[in-house]
Design a protein around this ligand. Structure first.
Ligand code: S3P
Length: 457
């Protein structure tokens, strides 16, 4: 029987230059939203390129439990037959969200705006994550919540009988909170407004428009803007072609950059301005990254990305204002910084403490056992690269965090000794063919060789 590589620990060994073309799986944020909006629409929605990772499959299961018909054909297409805004039915069972914070928070918005009750739970990582940020605005809209302690999962949401439109200024830069309010606002009588001081990913806005809903964006002082949405608009089923995920592409991009002589090409990657902070940062570090054939497809900008590894990254200060546009990319930036010449300073990282793991701590732990010189603060990380390959020869703890797992496997492609991770299972939440795709490009990721001596993290 074929061994499931993702069910166990894995090792990444120093490899040669990466070469080839790859198609990175679909964008996770857009995939979640295509299922949710399709399930609320009238008529048929056909999704191609959907990310078939565990997180998105949890969203699909929940939407089925709330009345949408969702099929996955032999042609690879997902077809969704929605119930119409206001038409969600109460799920019979507890909604199991696995590792997925995006599913949980956005679906709480949907339930909060409907006159139904649902209970959410998740894995050991998700039950630790803060939900107060969602509870506060949804309570203002008329939903009520019952939770065990500190608004963590398991949590029951009793949706509003008649959802109230609100005006809400986000206290944290969070696309999940923004989206939850907008999804609840779809079923509110009147205009819901969300004010963001710093732009976060705007896929909910773009996709609502794609489904025929009017969303108005008003520019305010500085970086701030208000998003206005009138409730009770009908969503019309449509075709969605999901672009490749720039956050997943980042692993292949950094792998190519740190392995001198590499040249890879990634087709049709999403390059929405609110998502590509890492790419700008890498270019400032001296990376050779080219965006070709930039175009808009299904309301989202996409491009083909060509990366050449010149082996000459240098450390920089990452502007704090850029954090929301690269919020998921700090673990892989840390890997690039560990291989760069000089110091890379990252600040404003408070939100990393409440991701799938305490990501700041888990990155620091991994860097430490791999022999990288760094300083970690409450909200900052300063990495001192030497321009030479870090030591490696360690096993990194991943704490149910897919991005920690993938980042340190990429570090292992250049370290003097192999790098292992203790658990590859979380990778399936967002990048189900990571090992196969990376190894096709030239990495050497596989099960640990018994002869490797590994220091345990
Ligand atoms: C996401 C928003 C971000 C991001 C997450 C996906 C989304 O979370 O970290 O991976 O799809 O809206 P926050 O909104 O909590 O920053």
């Amino acid at each position: 029987m074929k061994q499931d590589l993702y069910s166990r620990n894995l090792t990444s060994k120093r490899c040669k230059a990466l070469k080839g073309d790859a198609r990175i799986p679909g964008d996770k944020s857009i995939s979640h939203r295509s299922i949710m909006l399709g399930a609320l629409a009238v008529g048929e929605t056909i999704v191609s390129g959907l990310l078939e990772g565990e997180d998105v499959l949890h969203t699909a299961m929940a939407m089925r439990a709330m009345g949408a018909k969702i099929t996955h054909g032999d042609d690879g297409l997902w077809r969704i037959y929605g119930v119409g805004v206001g038409g969600l039915r109460e799920p019979d069972q507890v909604l199991e969200m696995g590792n997925s914070g995006t599913s949980t928070r956005l679906l709480m918005g949907l339930v909060g705006g409907h006159n139904i009750t649902a209970t959410f739970t998740g894995d050991a990582s998700l039950v630790k994550r803060p939900m107060k940020r969602i509870v506060t605005p949804l309570e203002m809209m008329g939903a009520t919540f019952l939770s065990r302690s500190g608004d963590r999962l398991p949590l029951t949401v009793k949706g509003a009988e008649n959802a109230l439109p609100i005006e809400y200024r986000l206290p944290v830069a969070s696309a999940q909170v923004k989206s939850a309010i907008m999804l609840a606002g779809l079923n509110a009588a009147g205009r819901t407004t969300v004010i963001e001081d710093h732009p976060t990913r705007d896929h909910t806005e773009n996709m609502l428009r794609h489904f025929g809903v009017e969303v108005e964006v008003e520019k305010l002082e500085g970086d701030a803007h208000a998003i206005h949405l009138l409730g009770h608009q009908e969503l019309q089923g449509c075709a969605v072609d999901v672009p490749s995920d720039p956050s997943s592409a980042a692993f292949a991009v950094v792998a190519a950059l740190i392995n001198e002589g590499s040249e890879i090409s990634l087709s049709r990657v999403g390059v929405n301005e609110t998502r590509i902070g890492l790419y700008t940062t890498l270019q400032e570090m001296g990376a050779d990254i080219e965006f070709k054939h930039k175009r808009i497809e299904a309301g989202e900008p996409v491009a083909d990305i060509i990366v050449k590894g010149t082996g000459s990254l240098r450390g920089i200060d990452v502007p704090e204002s850029r954090v929301p546009s690269m919020i998921d990319e700090f673990p892989i930036l840390a890997v690039a910084a560990a291989c760069a010449q000089g110091t890379t300073k990252m600040t404003g990282l408070k939100e990393l403490r409440v991701k799938e793991s305490d990501r700041l701590l888990m990155v620091a732990n991994g860097l430490k056992v791999c022999g990288v010189n760094f300083e970690m603060g409450e909200e900052s990380l300063i990495i001192h690269g030497t321009g030479k390959s870090p030591e490696g020869g360690a096993c990194v703890e991943t704490a149910l965090d897919h991005r920690i797992a993938m980042s340190f496997l990429i570090l292992g492609t250049v370290t003097q000794e192999p790098v292992s991770i203790d658990d590859a299972a979380p990778i399936k939440t967002s990048f189900p063919n990571f090992i196969e795709l990376m190894n096709d490009l030239g990495t050497e990721i596989g099960t640990p060789d018994d002869s490797d001596e590994l220091r345990l993290a």
